[in-house]
Design a protein around this ligand. Sequence first.
Ligand code: PLP
Length: 375
Amino acid sequence: MIYFDNSATTKIDPRVVDAMLPYLYEEYGNPSSKYYSLAMHAKDAVEASRAQVAKLFGCDSDEVIFTSGATESNNLILKGVMETYGGKKHSLAVSKVEHSSILEVAGYMEQRGMEVMYINVDSYGRVDETALAATLDIEPVLVSVQWGNNETGVLNDIRSMAKRCEERGILFHTDATQVVGKLETSPLERSVRFLSLSAHKLHGPKGIGAAIIRKDELGIKTKLAPLIHGGGQEYNYRSGTLSVHNIVGFGKAAELALLRQEEITIRLQELEEHLRHKLVELFPDIVRFNGDVTNKIPGIVNVQFRGTNNELLIKKLSDRYALSTGSACSSSKPSHVLHSIGLTLNEIRSSVRISLSHMNTIEEIDSFCAFLTAK
Ligand code: PLP
């Protein structure tokens, strides 16, 4: 099987597995227990991983809160901020092309009477400057805009958006799940107050991620109502016994991604360029790329094969190649991302997402293109 669905999840790196194994076999202590070495070893391993994840953004270790993944982080931040800071000024603003773990939370809050603004995007899927300015004028409590899109890879200038929010006393969150490990993310200004990410998108284990909750400009921890109450782990933001082996795996995946970050970015750009070039060469009349081809996360290619049905195409390929119609979390519905950038239903139904990893090869892309030509 040749795997081109790396935006859905990635293959775990064997070095990550090796780092995790001792914490499943020998080092099984509970990091919240005290006084004996088994617990202290587990605690030390958790703190070393926390420091490693913090390096992804150049933030402090105690700004990293381990969660079960980006879905939980998005829920914690959006619900936690609105519950803590909502007050009378009850509005939340999210872009129209967010992942379902943001949009579904926004919908849930709307049902509970909160005012939610959905920020328009331009024809590439990038948050529209005019729409953002109009949103900020209404002074929401929190603005949440993804760093990079999981279906098209299109990037937002979140640094500038966060600064504009900060100037107006508005909190800013970004879902960085797809960007981490593929592009430079450090150092990140404090104005990006909240971030979400997930280990399994960067060749780490599933079921572990982080919410990054930055301190304010005075170095004071940002308060947030927790989603999960209990023993007070994770600085009271997220209770529950820590999944030590997963945390260690996350730390190792972060370390490996950081070590080779520039190399990974260049490799992904090369692979993407090769794929685009081949597709245009082989199918000049039916291929059309969705979103922007520059200023994007390298390795995510969203492409229309005009006149084909994406589900049938993916099924036909499925014995040998793994790719998708879009987000794995809402794959049965036509893509809201492609709809927001103005594609017709027919265009959406002929679009597929090919998402690469630096572990893919030029030969795999050539084999895929040759197979497509034969079909
Ligand atoms: N946010 C984005 C942009 C994603 O792409 C995903 C997963 O596809 C998520 C959030 C959810 O991540 P997790 O699987 O860790 O819950």
